[in-house]
Ligand binder design. Sequence first.
Ligand SMILES: Nc1ncnc2c1ncn2[C@@H]1O[C@H](COP(=O)(O)OP(=O)(O)O)[C@@H](O)[C@H]1O
Ligand SMILES: [Mg+2]
Length: 367
Amino acid sequence: MATLELIDIAKRFTKKVWGVKKMDLKVEDKEFIVLLGPSGCGKTTTMRMVAGLEEVTRGTILLDGKDITDIPPRDRGISMVFQNYAIWPHMTVYENIAFSLKLKKMSAAEIKERVEETAAMVKIGELLKRLPGQLSGGQQQRVALARALAVRPKLFLMDEPLSNLDAKLRVTMRTELKAIHQQTNATSIFVTHDQSEAMSMADRIVIMKDGEIVQIGTPDDVYFRSANMFVAGFIGTPPSNFFNVECEYTKENISLKHSHFTLEIDSMKFQELGKYRGKEIVLGVRPEDLLIVPESKAVFTAEVLVVEPQGSHQVVAINLKEIIVKMVVSAETKVKPGDKIGLGFNIKRIHFFDSKTENRIVFKGGV
Ligand SMILES: Nc1ncnc2c1ncn2[C@@H]1O[C@H](COP(=O)(O)OP(=O)(O)O)[C@@H](O)[C@H]1O
Ligand SMILES: [Mg+2]
């Protein structure tokens, strides 16, 4: 049982370098939170402040409502797993997992039971007698996880724990970690720069940029209702396409004029665009919401540049002079480079961003 609250925390390393400029976050009991953002945005600094390995420059950290801002790391009830899982090379797997339990003065019988139970959960029950040198990278990472979980922490922190593993193992471990979380229910914060890892694991994703939070939301929120162009361009593979369009009003319609097409939309449904009359805005479209349609119904036509088969689907790239637009189509769709195709938009799923602030334009109708 644990909730975590970060209240206006910041970390300044030098006069010019801020690790974290401002963070406000409430993590609910049993929640699995993922901190996501590009390298250098402050993810590790945040985790280190929560764990107590880094002093805060400003702000308060509450664990279960109790102020832990100045409490030493070992007294916080928090376990952390790092990218470079430093397990002790001279100790067996059993000793590695048992180490912190011995410090807690648990009896030998209790320790044995706890080590075996935790090892089984992360599937290293057969490896307890081995030394780390006799394990693969993936197995060593499991030992690090077991060591952190064995103490039954109130809060479980993981900083890019899968990034040293090969691509296939990473995907397997995602599923296993999620299953372990469902079993332990430990409130968890997981750091990654990999958006697909974040989407597949998180209850809520906290997206960071330059030491600040840019959006907090469920995977659906950040994907379908991205708060700004940074999020829309960071989440999704391929990410959103952006078109600069001029917003013109006719009697019933809004005409969105792009150098390659004009898209007419219903002014009733997009009333909030009224204040952008005559101005430029950004149209955001996810690759799967750009559709191949018969030329007679097309909003515009374009030539296919590249086709990338992915097995379950294909990514089709189209060259529109200044930008490359990417769309996702079914595996059965017959397209090849040089083909001229008709294109349309899934109007229910298009988005608009203010071209100055880059923030999402919100519609009452809920688009
Ligand atoms: N000990 C440190 N001294 C000075 N600057 C640091 C230190 N640790 C991190 N930074 C800087 O703080 C910023 C955030 O770093 P970090 O939290 O490691 O980012 P992330 O984990 O998201 O990649 C970066 O600009 C980084 O260079
Ligand atoms: Mg980091």
